[in-house]
Design a protein around this ligand. Structure first.
Ligand SMILES: [Zn+2]
Ligand SMILES: [Zn+2]
Length: 407
């Protein structure tokens, strides 16, 4: 990596206040670093306070700084079995790279290393031409994909963690990762001791894995007489009930025909109002329409909960020894900060503005190729094969992304 990036990172770390590097229970965490151009993680470091961490990172200026989600008796032990695991935060990783968004057609490219075929947008799993799985990608982020990632954060917290798991506002922190998405750290003691299996249960729960509506109260009491949960019920019971209600309420005949047999769809559509009223009644009644069965209700339920399922990288949630980005550290692939987000005002949070670490100065760069990019209030591109002077944050961003070089 270019020396200028490292120098700017060092200048940034020198200017940090010690409290910016504070993490709860710091002496029980393992710290890890990736150097510029280095591929080997420097691990098993322990820091007892922010000032010793600051001293280390100013001196060594790593490209990436991580701490463990886990708490250990001896974080500095190099053998994982000797560390003495005491528990771990429950972490959710929302990465816009894993979410199919339309904007990817504008800013992402992929090509097959085997045959050279390529295209725009979300990469295929295997090459459509030669079938090989060696796909190289050039991915970028934009306001739109970061907004989608932010919506996922709000969904996980407002729909699941707060109402269903009883997580209090003081029990979690939200961070912009400094590049493609967000992290949620749940620190309450209730979750600390969860095993990997327990964490998997939580991940599956928010991802709606293995949802079976029959275990949420839907059943046939007599031929074609269906009963089910109340929309006011907690957890997935009420969630499925509300989702079904809303889905049927706004569904067109065509929507319904895409899910159930045409006759059932028509019957349901023609009797929509009556059907919705019976769900609202106390106790709710899930209908006795001709041809309408528990199976058809199940199919509509699966379709209706699609948008309620959370897009998380489940590997991160399951892992009880994960290394995660340190607050206020810089992301070596963007030059942006890992920034704590005030959840009460997350709607107004603009990551591409607030996570900017370099607010002054400019830099002359040669840009190989980049789509439209915004950092702070500055916009550039699409651009190809040009040398120009740009604000420092934007220039470092393009250099860190590998799209530009200092000139
Ligand atoms: Zn190919
Ligand atoms: Zn995008």
């Amino acid at each position: 990596m270019h020396e200028i990036v490292r120098n700017e990172f060092r200048r940034y770390y020198s200017g940090l206040r010690e409290e910016d590097l504070e993490v709860p229970d710091m002496p029980q965490r393992e710290y890890a670093f990736l150097q510029f151009g280095g591929e080997v993680m420097i691990r098993h470091m322990k820091f007892v306070n922010p000032s010793s961490l600051k001293e280390y990172i100013v001196e060594n200026t790593p490209a990436h700084i991580y701490h463990s989600s886990a708490y250990y008796q001896m974080p500095e032990a190099t053998d994982m079995n000797e560390k003495g695991w005491l528990g771990a935060d429950l972490v959710f990783d929302i990465d816009s790279d894993h979410i199919r968004t339309e904007c990817k057609d504008r800013h992402d490219r992929w090509h097959c290393i085997e045959c050279g075929m390529g295209g725009a947008g979300f990469p295929p799993e295997s090459c459509p031409h030669c079938g090989m799985k060696k796909i190289d990608t050039r991915t970028w982020i934009c306001e739109d994909c970061l907004q989608v990632a932010k919506n996922e954060v709000i969904k996980i917290l407002d729909e699941y963690l707060i109402p269903d798991f009883g997580v209090a506002e003081t029990d979690f922190e939200v961070f912009f990762s400094g590049h493609r998405g967000y992290h949620i750290h749940v620190r309450s003691k209730t979750f600390r001791g969860l095993s990997a299996d327990g964490r998997r249960e939580v991940a599956d729960y928010v991802r709606g894995i293995g949802i079976d509506i029959r275990s949420h109260g839907f059943r046939e009491v007599k031929s074609r007489i269906l009963v089910g949960p109340d929309m006011k019920d907690g957890g997935w019971r009420g969630r499925v009930a509300r989702a079904l209600y809303e889905f049927v309420n706004r569904a067109s005949l065509e929507d319904l025909k895409g899910i159930v047999a045409p006759g059932v769809a028509k019957n349901l559509f023609d009797n929509k109002e009556k059907f919705l009223k019976s769900i609202e009644s106390d106790p709710p009644y899930w209908g006795s329409l001709k041809g309408y069965t528990l199976e058809s209700l199940e199919k509509i339920a699966i379709a209706s909960i699609k948008d309620l399922i959370c897009n998380i990288d489940e590997r991160v949630t399951i892992d009880s020894k994960r290394l995660i980005r340190c607050p206020n550290s810089l992301h070596g692939k963007s030059g942006l900060r890992t920034l704590r987000v005030d959840y009460s005002s997350i709607d107004d949070f603009d990551p591409l503005k607030e996570a900017v670490a370099f607010r002054h100065g400019s830099i002359r760069i040669y840009v190989k190729e980049a789509p439209r990019v915004r950092i702070g209030d500055e916009e550039l591109g699409p651009i190809k094969d040009k040398t120009l002077e740009v604000p420092l944050a934007l220039g470092l961003y393009l250099i860190c992304r590998g799209a530009a070089e200092p000139r």
